[in-house]
Design a protein around this ligand. Sequence first.
Ligand code: ASP
Length: 458
Amino acid sequence: MWKGMGLTGKIILAMALGILLGLIINLFNLNTEGSFVYTYLTNGFFAIIGELFINSLKMLVVPLVLVSLICGVCGIGDIRLLGRIGTKTFFIYMVTTALAITTAIGLGVLLGIGKGMNIPTEAAFEAKSAPPLMEVFANIIPSNPISAMANGDMLSIIFFAVLLGISILMVGKPATGLVKSLELFNEVILKMVTIIMNLAPYGVFVLLTNAMADLGLDLIISLLGYVAVLVASLAFHFFITMMIILKVFSGLSVKTFLAKMREVQIFAFSTSSSNATIPITLRTVTKRMGVDNSVASFTIPFGATINMDGTAIMQGTATIFIANIYGVDLGIAEYLTVILMSVLASIGTAGVPGVGLIMLSMVFAQVGLPVEGIALILGVDRILDMLRTAVNVGGDAVVTAIVAKSEGKMNLAIYNDPEAGTKEVFDGHIDEDSEREFSEVFTDGIMGSEYDNIDRRA
Ligand code: ASP
C-alpha cells in the first residue's frame, strides 16, 4: 500500500502515525529519563533521524534563496517593478500581521482568558535578550556576504542577492550566459528539494512522535483557556480572515489553495521553523500554484523572516492571559502598543523554533507586564510553536499569491491543475532519456573527444 501512495498521502499518514505513537508513549509514561524508549528511541534513533531531516532542509535554504532571488530579479527585468512588488509585499505583510494580533486581542478580551485563574506566579523566567530592532535594520547590509550566508542571515542574503541581480541587469546582454547558468542552477537546487522531500514521511514521523511524546498533557489541561483561545485565534485568522483576503484580492479558489498548502503546513508544523520550510514553500508556490519565480523568490524568504501572523497571535493572546493573571489592567493605549510592538517584533523574529517567545519579552517590557509571566506558558509553547509556524508560512503563501496575481505573474493553468508539481518524484532512478542525453553532451559537447577513451564506470 505504501508503495502505491502519492507523496502527500505518505506524509499525511506519517504525520497521523507519529502523533499516535507519540501520544501512546506519552500516555503510558514510557518516555521517562533512563527508560529504553527515552534512551534509544526519542533521544536516540528518532532524534538523529529528525535532526538529519531538518538539516537536509536547512542545507538548501541559503543556496536556494540566493540563486532563485538573483534569477528572480533578472526575471523581473525592471527595477521600478521590483520596488513596487517589494513595497506592496511589505505593506500587506504588515497589515495582515496587525489583523492577526487584533483578532487575538479581541478574542482574548472577549473571553476574558486567565481571569480568576489561580496559578502560582512565583515562577522564574530568565528572558534571553531579543536582538534590538535597530540592530536588525543595521544588519540588513552585510559587512561580509559570505558570513551572512554562513550564518543564514536572511535579510542580508536578500539584500545581497537583489543588489547582485540589479547589477547583472545593468551589465545587460553580455550577462545573458550568466543568467542562463544561474537559472539552470536554480532548477538543479529545486531538484535537490524534490529529492529531500522524499525523506519527509520519515522525518515528519519521528519529529511528531518526539513532539507528542514530550507533550505535557496535564499542563495543557491546566492552561486550557490559553491554549484554546490561541488555537481558535490561529484557526480564525488563517481559515477565515486570510481566505477572505485571498478571495477578495485575487479571486483565486480557496479550496485549491488550501489543498496545495497542506504539505507545506505539515513541514512547518513538524519542524517549527518557517526558515527550514522555505525550500518547500518556494517549490509549492512556483511549481504547484504557478507563481512566477520573479515574485516568489523574493516574497517567500522575505515573508519567512518578517511575516509572522501566528507568532503575533501568540503574543496577543499571551499578553491578555498574563495581564489577567497578574491583575494588570490594560487600556486602549496599551493594546495599541502591543499591536505595534508585535508587528515590529515579527520583523525581528527569525523563522526558527521558539524565538517568538523570546520576542514576547520585548512586548511585555513595553506594556509593563512582568517578564517572569512567560514562564507560565513556557511548558505548552512547543506544540503551540508548531501550530503558529504553520500559520506563519500560510500567511507568506497567501500574500505571495495575491501579489503575483495582481502583477500578472501567475500561471492560472498551473494553479487550477490539482496534479501540478506532484508528478515529479524521485525514486532513486534517473530518467533514462536524460541520462543518455547527458552522457552524450558530456562526452561530445562539453569535454570534447579526448575524454572518450575513459571508462566512466571506473
Ligand atoms: N517558530 C516560528 C517560525 O519559525 C517563530 C516563532 O514564533 O517562534 O515561524
